[in-house]
Design a protein around this ligand. Structure first.
Ligand code: KG4
Ligand code: ZN
Length: 362
C-alpha cells in the first residue's frame, strides 16, 4: 500500500554491506556486497578489512538498492541502521552513512538492534509476527531463545548460549575438517552425503538438571576436534561427511528440542527461527517435523534473508515507523555490545515523526 512506511535499512555489523528497501512489510530491494572472500585466508572475519570494505561498498550498494526499488532517496520515510551489536569499526561505517543520508535528506533516523532485525525480517515473507512469538535466534555471534510480543519494544530473553554461538561451532568444526570459512554452508553441504547417526556427539546442557533454555556448544566442538585428531593420529581416514552430519545433527537436535520446549512451557504456538544458522537445511527440516508434531506453527525466512542483509534492518525500521516509535537522534553512536533487549537506540523527542507524516497517530 502506498501509505505504508517506505524505509531504507543499512547493515554493516560484520562482513556484509547490506542495504534493503521495504514498504510496510513488502520487500522492494535487498542489495548485499560481501567481503567474505577477503577474510577466507585468515579463517575468520578481520575487523579492519571488514570496515574498509564497507566504506568502499556503501554508496554503490545504496544506489543499487534505490535503482532496484525504483525509488528516489527523497521518497523515503526513514533511514534505519544497525546500531549494534557487532564489530565496532564496521558498525561505525553504517551508522555514519545512515546519519549522513538522514541529515542530508531530512528524514528520521532509526538506530536498531541487529538481533531484533533478524527476527523482524520474517514479516517480509510471512506477514506480521503473531503476538506472542517465540524466536530462536542462531547466528555467528549469538544463540538465544527470545519471547516477543512486540518486536519494536518487547524482546525477552529466556535463554542463551553460555559459551560458543551455534554458527561459531559450525565455523570451528569446518576449520578442524579443513573445509574453509565460513563453515556453516559447507558443513551443511557435506552433511548431505553423510550419516547423522555415524558418531554420537554430545548434546550440551541436555541433562534433567541443566537450564532448560540455555545452550552450550563448546563441549561439542571439542568432542569433534578430539574425535578427528584421534583418527588422524591412528593414521586413519577422517570420514568428513559423517563427522559433518553427526555434528550438525547434535546442534539441530538441541536447538529444536529446546525451542519446542520453550514454546510448550510458555504457551506460545508460533516459533520463528532467524540468523545465519537458520539457513541450515537440516535445522529447517527438523524444526518443521518437531513443530508439526507439537502443533506449533513454524516461520523461517528463506535462507538469503537469514544471513546478514539490509532488508532485515529496513523491515524493523518500517515496523518502528508503523508503530509510531521514536526515532534516534543524529548523535546516535554504534554500540558493539548492544543488549538484545534494547531494540532501538537512544531516541530524541521527535516521537513518531515519520508515522505522523503518514497520517497516523494522534
Ligand atoms: O547472522 P549471520 O549472517 O551473521 C551474524 O550475525 O553472526 O550468521 C553467520 C553464521 C556463520 O557462523 C555461518 O557459518 C552460519 O551463520 N551459517 C550457517 C549456514 N549458513 C550460514 N550455519 C549452518 N548452516 C548454514 N547453511
Ligand atoms: Zn547476523
Amino acid at each position: 500500500m502506498a501509505d505504508e512506511p517506505l524505509v531504507l535499512g543499512i547493515e554493516t555489523s560484520c562482513d556484509e554491506t547490506g542495504v534493503g528497501i521495504v514498504r510496510g512489510t513488502t520487500l522492494l530491494a535487498d542489495a548485499v556486497a560481501s567481503s567474505v572472500n577477503d577474510h577466507a585466508r585468515f579463517g575468520g572475519v578481520v575487523p579492519e578489512i571488514a570496515s574498509r570494505a564497507h566504506l568502499e561498498a556503501m554508496v554503490p550498494t545504496i544506489q543499487r538498492a534505490l535503482d532496484t526499488a525504483g525509488i528516489k532517496a527523497s521518497d523515503l520515510d526513514g533511514i534505519a541502521v544497525t546500531a549494534g551489536p557487532g564489530l565496532a569499526g564496521a558498525l561505525l561505517v553504517g551508522v555514519s552513512a545512515a546519519k549522513a543520508y538522514a541529515w542530508a535528506l531530512d528524514k528520521p533516523l532509526y538506530g536498531v538492534n541487529h538481533l531484533a532485525s533478524h527476527i523482524c525480517v520474517d514479516q517480509l515473507e510471512h506477514g506480521r509476527l503473531p503476538e506472542p512469538t517465540m524466536a530462536l535466534l542462531v547466528s555467528g555471534g549469538h544463540s538465544s531463545l527470545l519471547l516477543t510480543t512486540d518486536i519494536t519494544s518487547d524482546v525477552r530473553p529466556l535463554g542463551a548460549t553460555i559459551d560458543d554461538a551455534a554458527g561459531e561451532a559450525f565455523d570451528k568444526v569446518a576449520r578442524v575438517l579443513g573445509l574453509g570459512f565460513p563453515g556453516g554452508p559447507v558443513v551443511d553441504r557435506m552433511a548431505r552425503e553423510g550419516d547423522p547417526k555415524a558418531i554420537a556427539f554430545p548434546r550440551g546442557l541436555s541433562g534433567a538438571k541443566d537450564p532448560a533454555y540455555d545452550f552450550s556448544f563448546s563441549g561439542l566442538k571439542t568432542a569433534v576436534a578430539r574425535w578427528v585428531e584421534g583418527r588422524r593420529r591412528a593414521g586413519e581416514d577422517v570420514p568428513v561427511a559423517d563427522v559433518a552430519a553427526s555434528f550438525q545433527e547434535a546442534v539441530t537436535d538441541v536447538l529444536t528440542r529446546k525451542a519446542v520446549k520453550a514454546c510448550r512451557e510458555n504457551g506460545v504456538d508460533h516459533l520463528m527461527i532467524g540468523g545465519g544458522v537458520a539457513a541450515n537445511s537440516r535445522l529447517r527440516e527438523m524444526a518443521q517435523q518437531r513443530c508439526d508434531k507439537a502443533g506449533i506453527t513454524l516461520r523461517v525466512p528463506r535462507p538469503g534473508l537469514c544471513t546478514d542483509n539490509g532488508a532485515m534492518v529496513a523491515a524493523l525500521g518500517s515496523e518502528m515507523v508503523w508503530r509510531g516509535r521514536a526515532s534516534s537522534s543524529l548523535e546516535l553512536s554504534a554500540d558493539s555490545s548492544l543488549p538484545v533487549t534494547e531494540v532501538s537506540v537512544p531516541h530524541n523527542d521527535v516521537h513518531g515523526e515519520a508515522y505522523r507524516a503518514l497520517g497516523g497517530g494522534a
